[in-house]
Write a protein that binds this ligand. Structure first.
Ligand code: PLP
Length: 450
């Protein structure tokens, strides 16, 4: 961090801060004393320098440069300090920042709602509610579905991640740490996610009879089919980067429709063009009633949206969030959508994603411990096993690989599920960056095994 930014902190009342305190250990210790939570392990990651970054390069406060393949966990659509984005942001610096989006009308949020409705599947009449997080984008859909129906029970999957607040947490089931001890906000019928590498029904995807869909039929028979909505991630992200086969997603959709319920695609991580389609569910040929988006929609700022069938809510004030769709953030989101269209990013994401998969599959051929490589577009996961034959989960190895990747190879990456890692890079990643990332990842695996 340069002197200017150190001085800014001093001017904010922190006279104890100087270039001498710019060490990862110092700030990690200080953070641990002040912050209640960090979701990623402090023994793996350094303290990020909030004043530096460029594209897919991020820095810790000791000045170490990393190649980032997390994209801020799918948030930074165009990476860090993307010049066209910064230029547009500067051009709207005189726009007012705080106009409560759900209390009064303003032009940017109306236009954004129109755009967002257009980029989500289905030509039916939609409405949009803006939010400041992914979990709330999920909850906006859940509340709307309950408001439009007299039913209250949901179908969700295991694993699944839909956020850590209230109703969204009730749908989440990817890590006991998120759930244990907290009461269930809504009633959930839980069925296994279509996870073909570890099919809970012992089937092979090519020859199966969609036993997972039959599992949902059976669950509704024995638990009751008075469900309001099935909520599904089109690619299970946090739970282990699992790509379901289209036929299973279609099957879950059909069963949901047969019992007169809504179907929702939680696109918070996989949406916004990451997979080469605006919504990842389009890869499965299903048109959901509800869609939640967030993360890349704000390009780094908190912006989410719940999209559902009109009228969404039975009356005014049935739902609200003060800090939603502020004018500046709405304009930025509009710019992101337009820039993605003008720059052909959907196509680029599909192509670069295919290249990333190809390169990672080389590692699958090379290492016995790389059990599976799966993904669509720029959402790709690698699952580690003790051996390809037994498929026993290699949890410790995964931890060592991520640690080695970050600390030794300077590859900023995170895990998913119990024994997987995920690649959700920014859309500006190049083939050269991908080669570099895979080479570093290769070294991390090799060194973690020896
Ligand atoms: C599919 C999905 N839904 C919801 C969420 C929750 O988003 P947020 O952390 O912004 O509340 C996430 C976050 O990773 C997610 O991946």
């Amino acid at each position: 961090m340069d002197d200017k930014h150190i001085q800014i902190l001093k001017d904010l009342g922190f006279g104890d801060i100087s270039s001498k305190t710019m060490s990862n250990e110092y700030w990690k210790n200080r953070a641990a004393e002040a912050l209640a939570i960090t979701t990623q392990e402090r023994d793996v990651f350094g303290c990020l320098d909030h004043t530096r970054g460029d594209g897919v390069r991020i820095y810790d406060i000791e000045g170490t440069e990393y190649l980032d393949v997390t994209g801020g966990v799918a948030v930074r659509a165009f990476g860090l300090r993307y010049k066209p984005f910064l230029d547009f942001e500067a051009s709207i610096s005189d726009v007012v920042s705080e106009l409560p989006g759900m209390d009064f009308d303003a032009i940017p949020q109306t236009l954004l709602a129109e755009r967002v409705a257009k980029i989500t599947p289905g030509t039916f009449k939609k409405r949009v509610v803006f939010t400041t997080s992914g979990a709330r984008a999920v909850e906006g859909c859940m509340k709307s579905a309950m408001d439009l129906s007299s039913r209250r029970r949901f179908v969700a999957f295991r694993p699944a991640f839909h956020g850590r607040t209230g109703y969204a947490l009730a749908l989440t089931a990817s890590n006991a740490m998120h759930k244990s001890g907290f009461p269930q906000g809504v009633d959930v019928i839980r069925v296994p996610y279509p996870y073909c590498y570890r099919c809970p029904y012992g089937q092979e995807v090519e020859s199966c009879n969609l036993e997972c869909v039959e599992g949902l039929v059976y669950a509704l028979q024995v638990e009751g089919n008075d469900i309001v909505m099935t909520v599904m991630e089109p690619i299970c992200g946090e739970g282990g980067l699992i790509v379901p086969p289209a036929k299973a997603v279609k099957g879950m959709y059909d069963v949901t429709k047969e019992v007169g319920a809504y179907f929702m695609s939680d696109e918070v991580q996989a949406g916004m063009g990451r997979t080469g389609k605006w919504c990842a569910i389009e890869n499965h040929g299903v048109v959901p009633d509800f869609v939640s988006i967030a993360k890349a929609l704000g390009g780094g700022y908190p912006m989410g949206a719940s999209i559902g069938p009109a009228p969404m809510f039975t009356g005014p004030s049935r739902h609200s969030e003060t800090f939603s769709a502020e004018p500046k953030l709405s304009l930025l989101a509009l710019w992101i959508i337009k820039h993605m269209e003008d720059g052909g990013f959907l196509k680029k994401n599909a192509e670069n994603g295919a290249y990333l998969m190809k390169r990672l599959n080389e590692l699958k051929d090379k290492y016995e411990v790389v059990g599976d490589v799966r993904g669509i577009g720029l959402m790709v996961g690698v699952e580690f096993v003790k051996s390809k034959k037994t498929k026993e989960k290699a949890r410790d190895l995964r931890y060592r690989i991520v640690k080695n990747a970050v600390q030794k190879q300077k590859l900023w990456m995170i895990g998913a599920g119990q024994n997987c890692v995920r690649f959700t890079p920014s859309y500006i990643i190049t083939k050269a960056n991908i080669d570099d990332a895979v080479d570093r990842f290769d070294k991390a695996i090799a060194q973690s095994l020896s």
